[in-house]
Ligand binder design. Structure first.
Ligand code: FCB
Length: 469
């Protein structure tokens, strides 16, 4: 063989080896994980006595009359093409009238043998003007908590679930450097009032989603498209978590306080193509793992080359007692310089089944998320949201069963999983999707406010009952 040919072959071999070596090094080894549900269905249930069997809602989506927050404004706004922000121009309005019907709704939980309820308190109702607190609104939430306790249901309170008072939005919301202090003033009032009765507090729901959808993809208010702003907002929400953690513990030292993290792995459509693998790695690092680095070490490093860079060190380690995990699906993402979505394109790899949201049904992803959290911390994990939009109710039962089998498998392997909250108790206002997407254990008829148990939801009750045998 001629020398130049040999050299060319060696160079090619080195490049190929480097490519695949890097791919193997960066790739999540569980990306192809498939569980045999028929087999694990036979395993004994290990949820244990103290396991929280719950359901979750958020104030704006169910209460009704949230007329003093950023979403209320957003629902009347239009985009740059004069199109309404919400599908079919819908508005949350009276939503499920849960504010007035909470007692009946608590009976709906009881009918399913649930022993916990995760709900959020609406900041704009409690603090309608900066520093002015509405005692009647606090009374209301205290009554909800009392009613839950009287029915043997553990209240789990989320302090921030996507909505901000209009005055806070006008100030610049979480772009402001002092936003954590402003938020903490509200947190203290709530904890002083509900403190001893509520033991489990979720500070902030899904900071990455609030930041990215609000400031980068423009699906949420304030509908901006500025990655750097998204990174700043994300950082300030994490700072607000740490500040809230300290404030809550000061008032109620025995409280259990956690952050709720949206986890969906970003997977490469072509698992042997370095660029796809790099994109997935970048997204997972910045949008998922960043939470755990911050919680454990107080360090926030957000970096998407050419788009955003933000670093911060709170100097506070371990400011959390549990991790709240919201899990729905995983996303396939590939690099495409011409994509509308700023270089990264969402794509789909068949043959996964889809929910009405267009999400892949992928219970293995819940296992991967639990595994990832467990690799960062041994503190308790609550699955604070997991559920399916399924109007036809043909997939719900299997969805619930498979996801609970995954939780059971995790517990059997020693993961510290303490509760599961199905999203949601009843169909409700699904943000930019309006009322079209139906996640409820109960079907909601919005014209009569009648709730009807879905057939598929009986699976949840069945597993809860079985776990007690
Ligand atoms: C989560 C949100 C929750 C609900 C579900 C479907 O990301 O926290 O409010 O909209 O998605």
């Amino acid at each position: 063989m001629k020398k130049p040919l040999i050299i060319t072959l060696i160079v090619i071999a080195v490049l190929v080896a480097t490519h695949f070596g890097t791919v193997l090094w960066l790739r999540d080894p569980d990306v192809n994980l498939r569980l045999d549900f028929d087999r694990i269905r036979g395993e004994p249930l290990r949820f244990g006595k103290g396991f929280l069997w719950g359901t979750a809602t958020a104030a704006h989506q169910v209460e009704g009359n949230c007329t003093n927050n950023n979403w209320f404004q957003f629902e009347s706004a239009v985009d740059e093409n004069s199109k309404p922000r919400i599908l079919n121009n819908q508005k949350a309005g009276i939503a499920c009238d849960h504010w007035n019907r909470y007692k009946e709704d608590i009976q709906l939980m009881k009918a399913l043998s649930l022993n916990s309820y995760r709900f959020s308190v609406e900041w704009s109702k409690i603090e309608p003007k900066p520093g002015q607190f509405d005692e009647a609104a606090l009374d209301h939430y205290e009554q909800v908590v009392d009613e839950l306790l009287a029915n043997g249901i553990e209240p789990v309170v989320t302090l921030h679930h996507f909505t901000d008072p209009i005055w806070f939005t006008e100030q610049g919301a979480f772009l402001q450097d002092d936003s954590p202090d402003i938020f903490v003033r509200f947190v203290e009032r709530v904890v002083q009032r509900l403190g001893p009765k509520v033991k489990l507090w979720c500070t902030i729901n899904e900071p990455s989603i609030y930041a990215i959808l609000g400031y980068f993809t423009a699906e949420f208010p304030p509908a901006e498209k500025d990655a750097q702003k998204a990174a700043i907002v994300f950082k300030n929400m994490l700072r607000a978590h740490t500040a809230s953690y300290a404030a809550i513990k000061k008032i109620q030292p025995e409280a259990q306080v956690g952050l709720v993290v949206y986890m969906s792995s970003f997977d490469p459509p072509n698992q042997w193509y370095l660029l796809d693998v790099l994109v997935a790695r970048l997204l997972n690092k910045n949008l998922v793992e960043s939470h755990f680095q911050y919680l454990a070490e107080g360090r926030f490093d957000f970096s998407i080359p050419g788009l955003a860079k933000e670093s911060y060190n709170s100097g506070v380690k371990d400011a959390f007692d549990f991790v709240g995990l919201n899990y729905y699906t995983h996303f396939w993402r590939r690099l495409n310089p011409f994509s509308q979505e700023q270089f990264v394109e969402m794509t789909r790899v068949p043959p996964e089944q889809l929910t009405d949201m267009g999400y892949s049904i992928y219970p293995e992803g819940l296992y991967r998320a639990l595994k990832l959290i467990t690799s960062h911390t041994s503190k308790p994990i609550y699955i604070t949201e997991s559920g399916i939009a399924d109007d036809s109710d043909t997939k719900r039962a299997k969805y619930i069963e498979d996801h609970l089998l995954v939780v059971n498998k995790g517990i059997a392997e020693g993961m510290n999983i303490k509760g599961y909250f199905y999203w949601s108790l009843m169909d409700n206002f699904e943000w930019a999707h309006g009322f079209e997407k139906r996640f409820g254990l109960y079907h909601t008829d919005y014209s009569t406010q009648q709730r009807t148990l879905r057939q598929g939801s009986r699976k949840y009750l069945e597993i809860i009952q079985k776990s007690k045998e």
